[in-house]
Design a binder for this molecule. Sequence first.
Ligand SMILES: Nc1nc2c(c(=O)[nH]1)N[C@@H](CN(C=O)c1ccc(C(=O)N[C@@H](CCC(=O)O)C(=O)O)cc1)CN2
Length: 291
Amino acid sequence: MSAEIIDGKAAAARLRARVGEIAAAFEAVAGRKAGLAVVLVGADPASSVYVKSKGKATVAANMASFEHRLPADTTEADLLALVDALNADPAVDGILVQLPLPKHIRESVVLTRIDPDKDVDGFHPVNAGRLATGLNGFVPCTPLGCLMLLEEQLGDLSGLDAVVIGRSNIVGKPMAALLTKASATVTVAHSRTKDLSSHVARADIVVAAVGIPHFVKGEWIKPGATVIDVGINRTEDGLTGDVDFDGAASVAGAITPVPGGVGPMTIACLLRNTIVAAHRNAGVQLGKDAI
Ligand SMILES: Nc1nc2c(c(=O)[nH]1)N[C@@H](CN(C=O)c1ccc(C(=O)N[C@@H](CCC(=O)O)C(=O)O)cc1)CN2
């Protein structure tokens, strides 16, 4: 193995600590804690663990956590009523509805009901539009975490060739927008891309977000490239990413592991978005480069 292993756990711990400092200062000025409401419908085991981790991390970062666990047969109307109540609650700066939702609830209807200024997940079309047009809004946590890891690793990304594999609203599309904003030259590849390996072979940065274990082969990677693996696939062999880690690590310059790479950055960036939301909602100034 020649690649440097990018330690997402350590980067996330640093970001969480920084958010905690800013949140303590916010409380002193605003006279209240910043607040994050997390809503879980049903009892999917992985989602349940993520929601618990979010609550713990929120409290550890000096913010208030409001957890709402609803039964799996909750109606869409009842969930929307809860979102309306959270939108109107001045103690709540950020709202997150854990995905996936049960099949009888329309995800897009629920996500577009969240007040865009409390949408710390960055999934509302208003925030997607803000990101696409370079306006200030909330950026989805996983791609924001990937960008932070990339900038920590490489510094300025301008002029670099980047391939994003996957075009979901949650990761692929916002990741491509963030890399474009950082002046990288971006290719968005997906399941219908012809000759994917030739695109990957040109890339200085590869972001894999396809949801297929070991989909990206080591022999596709350009020597010295930086590889960001967003995949979290539960297989018989345990948790694996979308990249053939051993193969890619033997040629890449740097690579994120799974677990311990991008995943921990998702929750750290959620805290980051929440403290930013709190400052905006309370009209308290936050330095441009504070976080
Ligand atoms: N409303 C949202 N729903 C979902 C999101 C999201 O950002 N907003 N992302 C994922 C799940 N997720 C957070 O919600 C999440 C996924 C993974 C991790 C993480 O730290 N993973 C660890 C491994 C942990 C494990 O064993 O499962 C790692 O990669 O090291 C944190 C958060 C879908 N839903």
